[in-house]
Design a binder for this molecule. Structure first.
Ligand code: NAG
Ligand code: NAG
Ligand code: NAG
Ligand code: NAG
Ligand code: NAG
Ligand code: NAG
Ligand code: NAG
Ligand code: NAG
Ligand code: NAG
Ligand code: CA
Ligand code: CA
Length: 574
């Protein structure tokens, strides 16, 4: 009996040492848009081998996980968000073997690999959809099919629901003689999670990738998974500024945020936890994307999402926001996070204008730095770390279906091409993204001066400001320290983090004029040093706090820390 207890204890220690249940709680997640990151074979399209060749960069800037936008087999109607096989790689990106190599190299660099998971729909070219059209069981129930409504002898869609890309959300199929639902493009039929067989099928997809070493999933557009079971018409949003067939002309009470969504997330959490337990591996990360209200977002935590994306920097705050606006929203979010979970801060992504374009180049650096000094997960989009900005597109150049469908007068309100241009590695052909001078989206013309290689040579470039700010992320003071958010003189946002003798104070000037600070009025200690600056600040890294004259230029920021944190190395377990 005694012997047995000893053995059990030993096993327990070995197990807990191997598994780090908190690995994701204070990290940078770096989103890679595979089509635009790095092209390895000169066809002008980014690919897996290209990504693998550049993983050192992801580790270099301090990220601990990379999230790949979809790499699956796809006719690319919506650039990979229309999937024809959930368990294979699109030939334009490579092969499963290339993916395995990517994972192996990521392991060596201590990077976790997160895949995009697109649950709402498949491509119309998916074999399931073809069988569904033929009414072959159980595939007949895999999609959302409805009979036509006959009005004055004419065939009409079953209800008034609209697609996110404009026009009816229903498409007639002449073989099955029914309409199918597509909340996005017509080539993206919605999957039916009320089918038990489909639900299981999607669970098998998770298992397939977990078995290949994937550490988590970013779940796309999760709040679109279910629609009203009674298929009721949606009410008018009463907006006069949008055409009648525009998605925004309806109030979406029956096609998003349905309660059953949370049950499905809960079942995925369980599936992944069982897998991690069985394989004695770190817990899988679930990140959920839902553009919805605050309460609906927070509910995803309780359903088992580790990172229900917090989009406040995208849809609530702008370059017009005041320090008080930031304080209010940050405090509200932090207070709402359930015990045991951590906040998260999304800086940018492939569906929204770049942070450098939304906030201006200077304030964009304030946003990335904020995401580093606040507790929890910082989610950054590839290129933001070097200050890339949107490229303006003509209608003829536009390839994003959201832009094309909006037509020549409104495309620029909807198109996501501007934020998806190729990564700017250096000043040579196609910014070093491809040896081909013609790339799937044109390179931003500013690449001659704005590129990673050049920024590495300039100490106060966006790259260095990002990298130094990122170096505090893994510190215990950021993970577990107390958090105080204050406003000074109505213009300055101050973030103070304290743990024992470690102190981090970040000052962000959100005004359009310099602010002179009485340093003694702030929680700055006389031995603190400048850690990182953003924008025009002339403070230099390593200099001591000056108690008499501290001026923060407009749209700039300064991070002060206790000296021990200045050159601090990365902490593995915080
Ligand atoms: C997906 O691709 C794999 C590998 O080519 C194949 O074995 C599998 O049957 C495909 N899945 C479906 C549903 O067609
Ligand atoms: C639109 O107007 C109708 C009629 O006045 C009203 O009943 C409805 O609540 C309005 N919808 C929204 C989203 O405000
Ligand atoms: C969804 O759930 C909430 C509480 O969990 C409930 O108040 C609400 O009525 C439900 N909505 C629907 C449409 O069932
Ligand atoms: C996984 O293991 C943990 C720790 O032993 C346990 O608390 C949890 O209930 C397990 N989860 C599942 C889904 O098996
Ligand atoms: C915010 O950005 C917009 C667009 O770049 C610009 O027109 C505006 O002047 C900026 N406002 C402030 C306060 O910087
Ligand atoms: C972008 O281009 C479109 C079409 O050429 C034009 O209407 C729009 O004003 C441009 N926007 C900017 C910010 O240059
Ligand atoms: C291109 O980059 C290289 C390496 O950084 C640099 O030596 C060269 O001057 C740059 N050329 C131009 C035209 O900027
Ligand atoms: C630019 O970067 C690419 C890799 O991204 C590299 O192959 C190429 O040699 C670089 N060009 C120069 C001139 O450094
Ligand atoms: C918010 C959103 O629309 N996200 C994705 C949802 O799915 C569509 C269609 O696949 C994508 O285009 C979006 O990026
Ligand atoms: Ca390629
Ligand atoms: Ca759906």
């Amino acid at each position: 009996m005694f012997r047995l207890t000893l053995v059990t204890c030993f096993l327990f220690v070995a197990w807990t040492a191997a598994v780090n249940v908190n690995w994701y709680k204070n990290i940078i997640v770096y989103q890679i848009y595979p089509r635009s990151f790095k092209d390895s074979n000169g066809d002008g399209i980014g690919d897996l081998k290209g990504i693998t060749s550049k993983l050192e960069h992801v580790a270099d800037i301090g990220a601990k996980a990379l999230w790949l936008s979809p790499i699956y087999t796809s006719p690319q109607v919506d650039f990979g968000y229309d999937i024809a096989n959930f368990t294979d790689v699109d030939p334009s990106y490579g092969t499963l073997a290339d993916f395995d190599q990517l994972v192996a190299k990521a392991r060596k660099l201590k990077l976790k690999v997160i895949l995009d998971f697109v649950p709402n729909h498949s491509s119309h070219e998916h074999p399931w959809f073809k069988k569904s059209i033929q009414r072959i069981k159980p595939y007949d129930q895999y999609y959302v099919w409805r009979d036509a409504k006959i009005v004055n002898g004419k065939r009409q869609p079953p209800n008034n629901w609209l697609s996110n890309f404009g026009g009816s959300a229903w498409e007639w199929n002449d073989v099955r003689k029914q309409y199918y639902l597509h909340q996005f493009a017509a080539g993206q039929p919605d999957l039916n999670y009320r089918s038990v067989a489909l639900d299981q099928e999607m669970k098998n997809v998770f298992t397939f990738w977990m078995n290949r070493g994937v550490n988590g999933f970013r779940i796309d557009a999760i709040n679109f998974m279910f629609e009203d079971a009674k298929f009721r018409d949606e009410p008018d949003s009463n907006r006069t500024d949008v055409p009648k067939d525009d998605y925004d002309s309806l109030d979406h009470i029956y096609t998003v945020d349905q309660n059953e969504t949370y049950d499905v997330v809960r079942s995925w959490r369980k599936l992944m936890d069982e897998h991690s337990n069985r394989t004695k591996s770190d817990p899988r990360l679930i990140l959920t994307e839902a553009y919805t209200n605050h309460d609906n977002t927070i509910k995803y935590y309780n359903a088992g999402s580790n990172v229900p994306f917090n989009f406040m920097f995208i849809n609530k705050l702008s370059n017009e926001s005041t320090a008080e606006d930031f304080k209010e929203l940050i405090e509200k979010w932090v207070k709402s996070v359930p015990k045991g979970s951590v906040p998260n801060w999304v800086v940018g992504n492939h569906d929204n204008h770049r942070v450098g374009s939304r906030f201006g180049v200077q304030r964009a650096q304030q946003i990335t730095q904020l995401s580093m000094v606040l507790p929890g997960v910082s989610v950054v989009y590839n290129g933001d770390e070097i200050g890339m900005v949107d490229r303006n597109f003509t209608y003829a150049e536009t390839v994003d279906p959201a832009g094309c469908n909006a037509g020549p007068t409104r495309y620029f309100l909807k198109s996501r091409d501007p934020e998806r241009t190729p990564y700017q590695w250096n000043n040579s052909t196609s910014a070093g993204f491809s040896t081909n001078s013609k790339t799937w989206l044109p390179v931003h013309p500013n690449y001659k001066t704005l590129n990673l290689e050049d920024e590495k040579k300039v100490y106060y470039s966006p790259y260095w400001q990002f990298k130094t700010a990122a170096s505090v992320k893994r510190q215990p003071v950021i993970a577990r320290g107390s958090l105080k958010v204050n406003v000074y003189d109505q213009k300055l946002l101050t973030i103070t983090r304290t743990l024992g003798n470690d102190v981090v104070v970040s000052l962000f000037n959100f005004a359009d004029e310099p602010v002179t600070v009485d340093a003694e009025a702030l929680p700055l200690l006389s031995n603190m040093v400048v850690h990182t600056v953003t924008g025009d600040s002339e403070s230099r890294r390593g200099i001591l706090v000056s108690t008499d004259s501290l001026t923060i230029p407009k749209s700039s920021g300064v991070m002060f820390t206790t000296p021990n944190l200045l050159w601090s190395m990365d902490e593995e377990d915080v």
